[in-house]
Design a protein around this ligand. Sequence first.
Ligand SMILES: Cc1cc2nc3c(=O)[nH]c(=O)nc-3n(C[C@H](O)[C@H](O)[C@H](O)COP(=O)(O)OP(=O)(O)OC[C@H]3O[C@@H](n4cnc5c(N)ncnc54)[C@H](O)[C@@H]3O)c2cc1C
Length: 453
Amino acid sequence: MTISQPLPAAIAAGERIAIVGGGLLGMVLALRLAERGAAVTLIEAAPELGGLASPWTLGGVTWDRHYHVTLWSDVHLRGLLRELGLEDEMAWTSVGTGFYSGGRFHPMNGALDFLRFPAIGIVDKLRLGLTIALGSRIADPIPLEDVSVEAWLTKWSGRTTFERIWKPLLRAKLGDRYRDASAAFIWAIIVRLYAARRAGLGAERFGYVRGGYARVLAALEAALVKAGVTVLVDTPVTRVVRAPDPGGDLVVSCATGGLRFDRVVLTVPAPLAAALAPDLSADERERLESKTYGGIVCASLLLDEPLGPYYVTNLTDEWVPFTGVIDMSNVVDRAAWNGLALVYLPKYVRPDDPLFEESDAAIEASFVGALERMYPGFSRDRIRAFRISRVRHVFPIATLGYSRTLPPVETSVPGLFVLNAAHIVNGTLNANETVALAERGLDAGLASVGRGA
Ligand SMILES: Cc1cc2nc3c(=O)[nH]c(=O)nc-3n(C[C@H](O)[C@H](O)[C@H](O)COP(=O)(O)OP(=O)(O)OC[C@H]3O[C@@H](n4cnc5c(N)ncnc54)[C@H](O)[C@@H]3O)c2cc1C
């Protein structure tokens, strides 16, 4: 589901390559290039590597800043974890899913729950089942790129089911930006969950590495250092241009001055990549800048007890100020958090949403107030810690005709490459796709590293 557009084919051993952006993508790319003999420098703006997957500390507990689970079917990610010696450190479980609809919670864990779900009638339920079966059988999603997700789902499932089931699911992933998405987006989700069910022999199996992403990233960073990668953190890059001298290096500007490289790969979000590289052509710039990104405001809460039995609760009631409830305690052994429970309240929004400017205190008051209204046994004195993450550019939305507007990986600036989540076509943003994107780009184009050009 990722593109196979190649990174450069001919790279000589010892070639100086900078990877800008030390998220998971940049880290895996850096590791693979170093293993093939390149002299790699990984440059990250934040004080630590990991990007969206990085951990933070909440009430004395260190865990992922954003909720992360691995599916049994995530073969690329699991391959990397195996390589890092972490696959045996994974714990697996089946998770429960619920719906909050009409002021009540409803389980959604199989056919019986589905049949009992009161929000839609039996005919609509049949149509919904057929829609999913149809989606899972579509081999080529490209024609779906020309139909909006709302039009496609309404056509097959009907308006009531769209409003009561699909829209809450779409809002949980995209916020109100679901209106911009093509049907290929829901196709990718149906296929991923079908694969998970198949691989998990019926039930969805979700897993995590004991210790969370802090442990994964520490192991990956150790592998980078061992492979000879130079890691620069706390180093925001401000510009990448080619030096004026004939055959000149690419110069990466940061606070400490200009660093010179033979090649540079930008793994930062598409609009940021456009801003860093002034020499890109007008068409390349337009393709990067026009990507419609979704952002997130995501609250983490440490509670004395889990909220309920579901890992994910989808919300049909639009008064709720967040777009889903993720109760991580239903996946992770609570011993990891000193016996407490960890809940995430994500709100997917546009990068320019006013919520980004709102104070932590105002967001906390609105989110906690909603939880008290939703969960009868819940009150704010059960909260041990509350912290908010804000990210304006999380992933580009699969808009109409998306794959026709892809930015090129190899740019018109010699030696400059852009590879990021915008190149995950007809897939969803997850660590498995991210690792696959790094590996596939390399397999396609960088195999000659270490053998000389
Ligand atoms: C809320 C949420 C939930 C998720 N849930 C899951 C899940 O359950 N399962 C799963 O598998 N995946 C999940 N993911 C997805 C997963 O986190 C991503 O697939 C992965 O982290 C993407 O890595 P990346 O390197 O492509 O991007 P990023 O992590 O965004 O990395 C880009 C990096 O570039 C850096 N950067 C930006 N500008 C500059 C600059 N000028 N100079 C230097 N560095 C710069 C940034 O600081 C960042 O570190 C989730 C993500 C989010 C946000």
